[in-house]
Design a protein around this ligand. Structure first.
Ligand SMILES: [Zn+2]
Length: 54
């Protein structure tokens, strides 16, 4: 299942969610911090960033 990166248009928080392609098209993505639905997808090379949490 691919991981998508998003950025909230409200609070500017970046977050990532793992979901299927159909889920991404059907679901309303909400910011986990402020609950805003003004969320934009951040296109990044998600094959590279795997060990980013320290
Ligand atoms: Zn937010």
């Amino acid at each position: 299942m691919p991981t998508y990166d998003f950025r909230c248009g409200g609070c500017r928080k970046r977050f990532s969610l793992a979901m299927s392609i159909s889920d991404r098209e059907r679901k309303r993505i909400k910011c986990p911090k402020c609950g805003s639905q003004r969320v934009e997808t951040v296109f990044s090379s998600f094959s590279v960033k795997t060990s980013r949490k320290s």
